[in-house]
Ligand binder design. Structure first.
Ligand code: 5AD
Length: 341
């Protein structure tokens, strides 16, 4: 897949039936060649739904006035992290809407975690100045997730009234330069997005050599301007994951919650199509219904004490093995590189 073209990728993204199965099988065998049957566990803690931005697709956008806003207090966040560690988690993802008010608290939470537990910290809190990213890195943060959402600049502009594509890319490059394992990703099936756009997304990830690629289907939220838009078929989502694996080879690719919302056993299918990470929700139940980025999000009624059990079942159904390790990005060995795909 070294010199694959946009046209070839677009065609493969459209595959159906046996053609799609073949691509997914190849992706799964490459995944197992690199990671064995191991699936790495990360717990997401959605610690605040405050947001200053108004992205058209998102349920916690600032214009959504029907939402009660919350921020979990820092001592409670520390307790949740501690609990996740006792449960066996070795990576937590701290996620929130985009608002700079808790930046100092985050530094304290990162220091607390790194001083007390042997675990990786991923931040997923949006764009900040280099200085802030630097402070968090110095405090011990390991990774950062910042989705580019789409690499089609026109579509990016239309969906993000407050954002600039080049600034988003600059933030991603700053994160890499500061030594974060850096993750990005896109939504699949955005209104107006083409197969060619999706093909270009995959080549963009390859070009910048991002470490983690979190992708999922766009799902309308009833309190957003995109409420009446259609969703994409799940086969395209699986093709996208499989091609991500085949093109980027040793990246960490999670089976995300949105996949299970669109399709029953969506995560199981993703874990058999190239995904090697699972990122279940570890937010306490009382906050979960206030963090609905899209409609019909799963596990809103569950609480964090059942997270591990549910996740173990998903991974088992997929015929894989859940491992409680940090799951840093694998170095690419020459022997990992497939000669013939
Ligand atoms: N459908 C699917 N994914 C969404 N996200 C936000 N809103 C939606 C939606 N309506 C995703 C974005 C964001 C991540 C945290 O959640 O990609 O980066």
């Amino acid at each position: 897949m070294k010199d694959i073209t946009i046209e070839q990728l677009s065609l493969m993204l459209k595959s159906k039936g046996e053609d799609s199965e073949l691509i997914r099988k190849k992706a799964n065998s490459l995944t197992e060649k690199i990671f064995g049957r191991n699936i790495y566990l990360r717990g997401i803690i959605e610690f605040s739904n405050l947001c200053t931005k108004d992205c058209l697709y998102c349920g916690i956008r600032r214009s959504n006035k029907n939402l009660e806003r919350y921020t979990i207090e820092k001592e409670e966040i520390k307790e949740i992290i501690k609990k996740s560690y006792i449960d066996g988690f070795r990576t937590v993802v701290l996620q929130s809407g985009e608002v700079p008010v808790y930046d100092r608290d985050l530094t304290e939470i990162i220091e607390y975690t790194k001083n007390n537990f042997d675990m990786a910290i991923t931040l997923s809190v949006g764009e900040r100045k280099r200085k802030v990213y630097y402070e968090w890195k110095r405090a011990g943060a390991d990774r950062f997730l910042l989705r580019i959402e789409t690499t089609n600049r026109k579509l990016f502009k239309r969906l993000h009234p407050d954002d600039d594509f080049d600034l988003r890319l600059k933030s991603l490059l700053t994160l890499k330069e500061l030594g974060y394992e850096t993750g990005t990703g896109v939504m699949i099936g955005l209104p107006g997005q083409t197969y060619e756009d999706l093909a270009k997304d995959i080549l963009f990830f390859k070009l910048y050599d991002f470490d983690m690629l979190g992708v999922g289907p766009f799902i309308p939220h009833h309190q957003t301007p995109l409420k009446d838009e259609k969703v994409i078929d799940f086969e395209t989502v699986l093709n996208f994951i499989a091609l991500l694996r085949l093109v980027t080879i040793n990246t960490n690719i999670p089976a995300t919650t949105s996949m299970a919302t669109l399709e029953k056993e969506g995560r199981e299918k993703a874990l058999n199509s190239g995904a090697n990470v699972i990122m279940p929700n570890y937010t306490p139940q009382k906050y979960r219904e206030k963090y609905l980025l899209y409609d019909n999000k799963i596990c809103v009624k569950e609480d964090e004490s059942s997270t591990l059990k549910i996740t173990e079942e998903v991974v088992k159904r997929a015929g894989k093995k859940l491992v409680k390790e940090r799951g840093d990005r694998r170095e690419k060995l020459l022997t990992d590189i497939p000669i013939d795909l």
